[in-house]
Design a binder for this molecule. Structure first.
Ligand SMILES: Nc1ncnc2c1ncn2[C@@H]1O[C@H](COP(=O)(O)OP(=O)(O)OP(=O)(O)O)[C@@H](O)[C@H]1O
Ligand SMILES: [Mg+2]
Length: 416
């Protein structure tokens, strides 16, 4: 992309040369005219009707039933009073009947008026009480919803454990608890299997490596054997990388075991100094704007997260390309952003890159150098820290990946 040119919608404008710039943001696609407006209005109406809570709906039903039953009662009352009064007058003479007729009509009008007023007032009271009762009846459901929302695959060991009468809601909560128990066991078993298998596979690979190195270090090794040995060493190293990646993925998929205050700026600085050699060998221009951003988390996992992003930015770059790393507060959250030039990546491919063993469409040949687990580990670590990771295509080629994590308690929220 040439300087001054606007990025396409759905792309991120690259940082200008000689500048670390501010946080890169996605250039949002433009709305598509009146059709969009109409469908937005329809969606709002739908949202309103869908959002009438169950509590309000139950109150409405109580109220309507009360008013219907009350109206029938008023009518029956009217008919009984009218019937009784008429029965009393049945034996009166025509002159007396005429004199009392007016009185009866007045009594009936008053009875009806006061009955309707009483119906209205008691009805209002019934609606208010209905609202309160519905709230009380639904509170166990709200508890179930709250807990279900809090649960993720990492905290599946939590249970609803609803106390109270053995009714339908308790049955629902118990069924939910049973499901969580089974899921918890399944996820735990899967993670333990990957971790154990990785451990088991590591030992023979380490033995292979040592044997090959010893064999190759002998002075009388023939060139053919040397070449075969080198190839085997490389294959062994690739498998070791893969197993390490799987082991790390299994570890980062669990709930956090270590929770320390970690400054993302410091982590990014450490990663940059660790990769200093590779960075200077790569010939890429590096820009950095590292500001403090404190989170609570596992420092080892967070360091691996940033390292994976920076390694990718180096690996999937172009000749004389650039890498920019920022840390600090982004939209009130501690964040780290890695931007790199590279080949153009279509937006629809990006989500898939976070899946294990997925590589960009052109990178399959390079699978010898990579395990295809780097971004899966990033996503997993971010999830374990309850954060979000977003990747956007950078205008002109490359990616902009932003990781936002929840701020550590007592961190000034609006620091930028
Ligand atoms: N910063 C980036 N710029 C361009 N493409 C990227 C970037 N990061 C990742 N990719 C693409 O995403 C794919 C997956 O990356 P990921 O880090 O998960 O695996 P990998 O780098 O192939 O292997 P590993 O990190 O395990 O050694 C890569 O093959 C590459 O095509
Ligand atoms: Mg990688």
């Amino acid at each position: 992309m040439r300087p001054g040119e606007r990025p396409e919608p759905g792309q991120v404008e690259p940082t200008r040369p000689g500048d670390t710039g501010t946080w890169r943001r996605l250039n949002a696609p433009e709305p598509e005219g009146a059709g969009v407006e109409r469908s937005a209005a329809a969606a709002r109406v739908h949202r309103f009707t869908d959002n009438i809570s169950l509590r309000a709906r139950l109150t409405l039903i109580y109220g309507m039933l009360f008013f219907a039953a009350g109206s029938v009662l008023v009518l029956v009352n009217y008919l009984i009073v009218a019937f009784l009064l008429n029965a009393l007058l049945a034996e009166e003479s025509a002159a007396e009947l005429l004199a009392h007729r007016h009185l009866i009509e007045q009594v009936l009008t008053h009875v009806t008026r006061f009955s309707l007023l009483a119906l209205f007032l008691v009805g209002l009271l019934a609606v208010v009480l209905g609202y309160a009762v519905a709230g009380r009846a639904l509170s166990p459901l709200q508890k179930i919803t709250r807990i279900a929302r809090r649960l993720s695959e990492r905290s599946l060991h939590e249970r609803i454990a609803l106390s109270g009468p053995d009714d339908e809601i308790r049955e629902l909560a118990d069924t939910f608890d049973g499901m969580l128990e089974r899921l918890d066991r399944a996820f735990d078993g899967q993670r333990r299997f990957v971790a154990n298998a990785s451990h088991e596979l590591r030992t023979p690979l380490a033995i292979n490596r040592t044997l090959l190195e010893v064999a190759l270090s002998a002075p009388d090794v023939s060139p053919d054997l040397k070449s075969v040995g080198q190839t085997l060493l490389e294959t062994n190293a690739r498998h070791e990388r893969l197993i390490d990646g799987l082991l790390f993925l299994a570890k980062s998929d669990r709930e956090l075991e270590v929770r320390a205050r970690v400054d993302l700026g410091e982590v990014a600085g450490t990663v940059l100094s660790q990769l200093g050699g590779e960075l200077s060998d790569s010939g890429l221009s590096l820009r950095q704007d590292l500001r403090p951003a404190t989170v609570v988390g596992d420092p080892v996992l967070l360091e691996r997260l940033v390292a994976n992003l920076v390694e990718n930015a180096l690996k999937y770059n172009v000749e004389e390309g650039e890498v920019t790393i920022r840390s600090g507060m982004y939209e009130d959250m501690p964040a780290v952003q890695v931007e790199n030039s590279g080949k153009v990546i279509p937006a629809y491919e990006i989500e898939g890159l976070f899946e294990p063993f997925r590589r960009g469409s052109g990178d399959r040949v390079g699978s010898g150098r990579s395990a295809g687990l780097g971004l899966s580990i990033v996503r997993s670590v971010v999830r374990a820290h309850e954060g979000v990771v977003t990747a956007w295509p950078r205008a002109g080629g490359g990616l902009v990946i932003t990781v936002c994590l929840p701020p550590a308690p007592e961190t000034a929220p609006a620091r930028r």
